[in-house]
Design a binder for this molecule. Structure first.
Ligand code: GTP
Ligand code: MG
Length: 251
């Protein structure tokens, strides 16, 4: 009798748990996003961006949002590591696919990696959130300003490199302008959607959104959407039914 009540109590009050895969090619900003999620939804600080290194194995993050538990699996995006992704497909309720929207030269690689993900039968019907990341500029770029030229002395003051000789300073300046132009070119989520022109999205819920994993812009809106679609998704029903069958076989 007790176990019956306990089971009922657990059914009513326990929070639904969802597994969300964070995928995308290397340097897209997946781990930065994971650390930002931890910071936004828990008391944990989350690693600052300058302490994040390329992922080789798996990073796991747990948060609670909209009365559910979300478990994120963040995998490495380097070419040799992408074969590991599919080992996690079967258990995933949804996928967040991160794209560096400031690096058009890498869009083709992002697109083909994503198409491969979408073709995999183990991810059938999984809701998909595509993030056009890096929409917000780092603080030093904001400081020197969008318009007008950056004076070398102003930049030097900020970089605190006054002791370098002039030639080196010019090189540093050139590098900064290159980075600046790259970031300045971040494409919007709708432009990215047009470029990707994905064909296999029909039966799954999906959304494109421009975000910044650095400062958290739009991240909470994305998580709200994701929770809502996972709760309504047929895939969630299928995973639940399978877990139920597995549970009853274990009794
Ligand atoms: N400007 C800007 N840079 C970002 C943003 N998010 C991540 N980055 C930078 O992008 C680089 C790669 O970030 P990671 O989070 O390590 O990328 P990743 O997708 O986890 O890369 P792998 O682990 O190699 O697959 C780092 O230098 C980050 O600081 C962002 O929103 N804006
Ligand atoms: Mg990473």
């Amino acid at each position: 009798m007790f176990s019956l009540f306990y089971g009922f109590w657990k059914y009513i009050f326990s929070k639904t748990e969802f597994h969300v895969l964070i995928l995308g090619i290397d340097k897209a900003g997946k781990t930065t996003l994971l650390e930002k999620l931890k910071a936004l939804y828990s008391n944990l600080e989350g690693l600052p961006p300058d302490r994040i290194v390329p992922t080789v194995g798996l990073n796991i993050g747990r948060i609670e949002a909209s009365n559910t538990k979300l478990i994120f699996w963040d995998l490495g995006g380097q070419v040799g590591l992408r074969t590991i992704w599919e080992k996690y497909y079967e258990e995933a309720h949804a996928v967040i696919y991160v794209i560096d929207a400031s690096s058009p030269l890498r869009f083709e690689d992002s697109k083909s990696a994503l198409e491969k993900v979408l073709r995999h039968t183990d991810l059938q019907g999984a809701p998909l959130l595509i993030l056009a990341n890096k929409q917000v500029l780092p603080s030093w770029v904001l400081m020197v300003g969008y318009e007008g030229t950056v004076s070398s002395s102003k930049l030097a003051r900020y970089l605190n490199l006054m002791e370098l000789d002039e030639r080196l300073l010019v090189m540093v300046l050139l590098r900064c302008v290159l980075i600046w132009q790259d970031i300045d070119g971040a494409v919007s989520s709708s432009e990215l959607a047009r470029y990707l022109d994905l064909k296999e999205l029909d039966e799954r819920p999906y959304m494109f959104e421009g975000v910044s994993a650095y400062d958290g812009t739009k991240i909470k809106d994305c998580i709200d959407w994701l929770v809502e679609v996972m709760e309504r998704s047929k895939r969630t029903d299928r995973l639940r039914a399978r877990a139920g069958v597995a549970g009853s076989l274990n009794v």
